[in-house]
Each structure stands twice: as C-alpha cells, then as structure tokens.
Design a protein around this ligand. Structure first.
Ligand SMILES: O=C(O)CCC(=O)C(=O)O
Length: 255
C-alpha cells in the first residue's frame, strides 16, 4: 500500500460490532518513521511536560512511563499526524462526516509492572451528546494476551452506557461497576496485534485489558481520539472533572 491509500475497512463490521481491526495500517518506512518520532518524543519532550500529561507506574522510575496525554498539542510532527492524513480520514469515514481531533495519547504497560485497564466506555469520559466518537488504538509492539491486549465486548456500543465509578488506576479513573457479568465473561473478545496494526472502536464499546505479565516485553500503543462534529461536548463538566482529578492525584503524590 502506498502513502495516501486507505486499506479496505469494513464500515459494516464497525457499525455492527462496535470495533474493527485494520492489519498493517502503517508498515515499512512509514511505521519506522513513526516509531522514531515516538522515541524522540519520549527522550526530548516528555521531561518538560506538565505532570498531568505524563503518568508513570512508579514516579521514581523513568522506565515505568505508562501514559502521555495530548501529544499533538506538544509536538508539531504529532500534530500533523493527528490532524491531517490517514488517521483523520479513516475517522471521517467511520463516523460518516467531519471530525474534531481531540486527544492523541501514548499508552504503555511496562513489562512486569503494567497494570490492568479497567472495563470502560470511552464515552463516559468524553461527555458527548450524541456520543459519536471513535478511538483508534495503534500498536507499536507485538501485543497478545500475556502483555495485555485490548479486549472488546462485541455489540456493546448498541446497549447504552453502563454505570461507572472511580477506580484507583492512574490514567483510567472510571470503570464499569458491575463488570464482568456472566454475559460479559462469555462475550469478551481479545484482539492481539502486531506493530502497525490499528484497532478502531466506537466510544460506546466496552473494552478493557489485562496487566503486562511478561518479563521483558513492553506493550506500547498510541490512542487517537476523534469526535464527530455532530457531538456536543459538555466542556464545563469535563474541565471540572479534570481539575478535580488533577488536584486529587497531585495531593496523593501520584503525578
Ligand atoms: O491501552 C489500553 O489498555 C486501553 C486503551 C483504551 O482504553 C482506549 O484506547 O480507549
């Protein structure tokens, strides 16, 4: 596939299952270039980021980097990647209309210490009406059940918002309170990925991930969040939640 071409994406599968996997969305030199810029961002930009935009499993250990927020805001190369080009085009195809690029995140689960991601629906964090948004999860490492691949509940995006409550997980402050039900257990579907693969999920799709049980493999990914321009964001409520969370995490010494 050459730059500018979109792979065959199943809109139908995305709409019925609430997620779709796109193998090798980037490969070859495009993937290598992205990997180089991720490394550059971590070595050159992360040290100067505000503490609310960079999370560690253990704040005293720089090798335990687990999450970066707003990468597109902090660096022009990632701003371009996020706001123009193939990721945004795919979001517009899947959401069937113009989108607003909202957040570009880095997710890692460092070997042995990466914590589980609680089951959640992104829409609960986003506070949108209607809840029309997608998250694209782009694998930077080989990801499988041992190092914590993403697990989806197919069709859950059509069954409304489940009750969420505060968790103790840094970076995923809300989780579904009654997860897993017996039905969740049966339906949960693990999605392993290789570097360059892209998973795209609807903001209402329930997903989670185990911790990283491997001894020496990181589990790095980028998360691209796009809102449909049909969606109205409750900005005041969102900002208030973020401010409160930041204050709480700071006073607990976690960021
Ligand atoms: O990387 C993970 O464990 C989960 C990421 C996630 O929840 C998301 O991309 O919406």
């Amino acid at each position: 596939m050459t730059a500018g071409q979109q792979p065959e994406i199943s809109l139908c599968q995305f709409q019925s299952e609430g997620f779709v996997a796109v193998p090798q969305f980037l490969r070859g030199e495009e993937l290598a270039e992205l990997q180089r810029h991720v490394n550059r961002f971590i070595t050159q930009i992360v040290p100067d980021l505000p503490s609310e935009d960079v999370f560690y499993e253990d704040r005293t250990n720089r090798d335990s980097l687990k999450q970066i927020q707003r990468m597109g805001h902090h660096d022009p190369w990632f701003h371009r990647l996020f706001t123009s080009g193939r990721f945004r085009m795919l979001a517009e195809t899947l959401l069937q209309g113009p989108v607003t690029p909202r957040n570009l995140q880095y997710f890692n689960k460092p070997a042995r210490m990466g914590q589980p991601t609680p089951a959640h629906q992104d829409g609960f964090y986003f506070m949108l009406d209607p809840c029309d948004a997608v998250t694209m999860w782009f694998a930077l490492d080989r990801v499988d059940e041992e190092n914590g691949c993403v697990r989806y509940i197919p069709g859950s995006h059509r069954r409304g918002m489940r009750p969420h409550a505060r968790t103790n997980t840094l970076g995923f402050s809300q989780g579904i309170v009654d997860y897993p039900t017996e039905e969740d257990r049966v339906r949960e579907f693990p999605v392993p990925a290789s570097p360059g693969d892209l998973l795209v999920h609807d903001a209402m799709t329930i997903h989670r991930a185990d911790g990283n049980r491997s001894h020496d493999r990181s589990r790095r990914a980028l998360g691209f969040v796009y809102y449909s321009q049909r969606a109205r964001e409750d900005l005041a409520a969102h900002q208030e939640y973020q401010q409160r969370l930041k204050a709480e995490l700071k006073s607990a010494g976690r960021i």
